[in-house]
Design a protein around this ligand. Structure first.
Ligand SMILES: *Cc1c(COP(=O)(O)O)cnc(C)c1O
Length: 470
């Protein structure tokens, strides 16, 4: 069923309104009164006050006890052979299978090259390093992201400058970028956080105007698309993570993707002790011309990637379908405001499904109590990130020996840095509003999505009582 094909049943609607009593006032605030289908009944019976089950968190029966889709998923019959073969071959360090996985990932994204590395964090570190970003440079980052986005900047000796997010999309707000650009700004590091693409047209236009590089953190955005281009392939380079929870899991792994051969050759060399690779990093037999580290992938990890990659397309389609279905349902519940996508987003990856919880519309119920109640109903959920720009790891970098040699004391004035890097919108998401469901939940059925919506409605119905419980 498509959410926009819900038939409006005016008769049912009139009956519901008649029977709602005091809930009629609440209903008038709702964006739509249409009863979509049979499957919406659970949700509406609570919202209209018809049903009054006790919340599980208050000793009632949980709405759901059924398990959710486990992650990672693989089929022992078809997906283990490649991995077992690679182990039995005894060739475990990177070789042919790694090359094959890299070619397959580049082809999937429609870009020229992909380099698999040990993890997404090191993909970011290596990419920034080979973009020659280091001491004295500033990189624009969003605060609403995983810590590795920002650590990668600091580990290269550059300073992360935070651009606050748009709460409606959860992404770096393009309107706030230009105010943060200084003569030291070298790059923008947009993160397609939660797997929802950033407003790349705006970001690329600003980068072009100010001559900045763009490195996309697409670690949560496998197969997401903006204007029919895959996330990670729009900027100068993109980074992915294949960590176990990610939408394409290989245990630990990451990738750098780009159309720039020279850059990719340098990344390869850097990922392999600086040994010559391709044409850009010196000829084989001449010794190592450049400094390198070692963050290589393995054959068996690449074999897992090749085994699971064929599922990614259909899984992504399912996540998109279920996300749209769930969004259309829960946005009818007062106080539940799901994510918005930018107009040019064709597809998201939905590593996470986010919505904003509005406490005042839930009779003052705190988000923590809401989450606890939702979990008790059998719906796993989380409050997501905590404010990154305030975390002490940044201070610890500023206090490090290397930073003190690279920057003046005035440049490392942490109080001043904190003052210049306030992100009130991200703080509201972190501290009050954001609620996440994980991607594996979106691989279920429509009836699984109905359970989520009904459980939220059940809490809405009982919010007053739950809130008073203390
Ligand atoms: C997971 C993630 C990373 C880091 O990837 P790892 O493979 O865990 O090192 C970086 N950025 C974002 C946004 C991520 O979600």
């Amino acid at each position: 069923m498509k959410p926009n094909t819900h038939k409006s049943n005016s008769e049912t609607r009139r009956k519901f309104i008649k029977s709602t009593g005091i809930f009629a006032a609440g209903l008038a605030l709702m964006p739509s009164l249409s009863i979509a289908s049979e499957s919406d009944k659970g949700m509406w019976s609570f919202l209209t006050g018809k049903q009054d089950d006790k919340l599980a968190v208050m000793g009632g029966k949980p709405l759901r006890t059924k398990a959710w889709q486990k992650w990672p998923m693989w089929n022992p019959q078809t997906d283990e052979k490649r991995v077992v073969d690679s182990i039995r071959s005894g060739v475990w360090s990177r070789a042919g299978i790694a090359n094959e996985f890299e070619a397959a990932w580049a082809k999937t994204l429609g870009c020229k090259r992909s380099l698999t590395v040990a993890n997404g964090t090191n993909a970011l570190i290596v990419a920034l390093h080979q973009m020659n970003i280091g001491a004295g440079d500033e990189v624009l980052v969003p605060p609403y992201t995983f810590i590795a986005t920002v650590s990668a900047v600091l580990l290269n000796g550059a300073i992360p400058v935070f651009v606050d997010v748009d709460r409606e999309t959860f992404q770096m707000d393009p309107d706030k970028i230009e105010a943060k650009i200084t003569p030291r700004t070298r790059a923008i590091l947009p993160v397609h956080i939660l797997g929802l693409p950033c407003d790349m047209d705006r970001i690329m236009a600003i980068a072009k105007k100010h001559n900045l590089l763009v490195l996309e953190d697409a670690c949560q955005a496998h197969l997401a698309e903006y204007d029919h281009k895959k996330a990670g392939t729009i900027g100068n380079a993109g980074c992915f993570s294949f960590q176990n929870s990610k939408n394409l899991p290989i245990g630990e792994g990451g990738a750098i993707v780009s159309n720039d051969d020279i850059f990719m050759d340098k990344c390869f060399a850097y990922n392999n002790y600086g040994y010559p690779a391709g044409t850009a990093s010196g000829a084989i037999g001449n010794g190592s011309p450049m400094l390198g580290t070692k963050v290589r992938t393995t054959e068996y990890a690449s074999a897992i990637g090749l085994s699971l990659l064929p599922y990614l397309e259909t899984q992504t389609a399912t996540r998109n379908e279920n996300a749209a279905y769930l969004k259309a349902k829960i946005e009818k519940i007062p106080g539940i405001v799901p994510y918005k996508l930018y107009p040019k987003v064709n597809r998201a990856a939905f590593h996470l499904f986010p919505f904003r919880f509005q406490q005042q519309k839930f009779k003052g119920l705190s988000r923590a109590k809401f989450l606890k109640a939702l979990r008790a109903e059998g719906i796993p959920c989380s409050s997501g990130y905590t404010p990154l720009q305030k975390m002490d790891f940044i201070k610890s970098a500023f206090e490090s020996k290397n930073f003190k040699r690279m920057y003046t004391a005035a440049e490392l004035n942490y109080e001043k840095y904190m003052e210049n890097n306030k992100c009130p919108n991200s703080d509201i998401l972190c501290d009050q509003e954001a609620v996440w469901f994980t991607q594996n939940m979106l691989l279920g059925t429509k009836s699984d999505m109905d359970d989520i919506a009904t459980a939220i409605a059940k809490i809405y119905k009982n919010a007053d009582e739950l809130n008073k419980m203390g």
